[in-house]
Design a protein around this ligand. Structure first.
Ligand code: ZN
Ligand code: ZN
Length: 261
């Protein structure tokens, strides 16, 4: 049986830290034999600038471009209009608008920011204490319950911090995995983590993510998982990091889903 290849986590140059146009990724997808390609560039917010994302003024052109490519390549590949975006409760009207007025097909929760217990917004890349993982997990769970997101990108990204894999990080994983099962939200095994170097952490030398402990727990639950390339360059759309991700999920007994829609 021929392997089905798809990807739903694809960036383009609009976020200013990825290379390649939408069409460059379509051509690469065809060369690598993908049957579906979902674009998920970093979404803008109309009034807040969290950085590292496309300008709001380009959102229309991004979606129009994918529409044009959908027609041009309709006999060869299925394209989807997605966005990677944070869940923050104050932006729910905007998620609604993206999925209706703007015609976005799916939202991928890429939670770089999270809500603290005090209601502040913090960046998970510099979490102040291990307990922040719990605040992060609660924000993800709330986001999944909002119903706006098909999948959560790198749900184990909180382990980029110098924390041990301990009761707190396991509790955070529990909260996230439970919410994914309850809301039938797909959890993404993010291949981009394998493209970076391994580093020394309190729980040993490892990649920032995917985190083995998190995924061993996920594999014990009836979760749906997907591999996301999270490519920021056309050449990494389907590379050895993606292939390693499929292998590792299967070793854990999780058969990845191939579509979010
Ligand atoms: Zn990025
Ligand atoms: Zn991404």
């Amino acid at each position: 049986m021929k392997e089905i290849r798809t990807n739903f986590h694809t960036h383009v140059q609009r976020c200013r830290h990825a290379g390649g146009t939408e069409e460059d990724y379509v051509k690469e997808a065809l060369a690598k034999g993908l049957s579906q390609l979902g674009f998920s560039d970093h979404a803008p917010f109309p009034e807040s600038d969290y950085g590292m994302r496309m300008p709001f003024g380009e959102l229309g052109d991004y979606l129009d471009t994918i529409n044009t490519l959908t027609k041009k390549y309709q006999s060869q590949i299925i394209l989807w209009k997605g966005l990677e975006i944070e869940y923050l409760p104050e932006h729910c009207d905007y998620y609604e608008e993206l999925l209706t007025k703007w015609g976005v097909d799916y939202l991928l929760m890429g939670e770089h920011y999270y809500k603290t217990q005090q209601g502040g917004t913090e960046n998970i890349y510099s979490a102040p204490a291990p307990e922040s993982c719990l605040e992060y997990a609660h924000t993800l769970a709330e986001g999944m319950r909002s119903g706006y997101f098909k999948a959560v990108a790198h749900p184990d990204v909180y382990m980029i911090n110098p924390f041990a894999w301990d009761d707190i990080s396991r509790k955070a994983a529990d909260i996230i995995i439970d919410a994914a099962v309850a809301t039938d939200t797909v959890l993404e095994y993010n291949a981009n983590g394998f493209r970076r170097e391994q580093k020394q952490y309190p729980d040993g030398v490892r990649y920032q993510y995917p985190h083995a402990g998190f995924w061993e727990m996920a594999a014990q639950a009836p979760v749906r998982a997907i591999v996301g390339s999270d490519c920021h360059d056309p050449s990494s759309l389907w590379d050895c990091a993606v292939e390693a991700s499929y292998r590792r999920l299967r070793e854990l007994g999780l058969e990845p889903v191939v579509s979010l829609l």
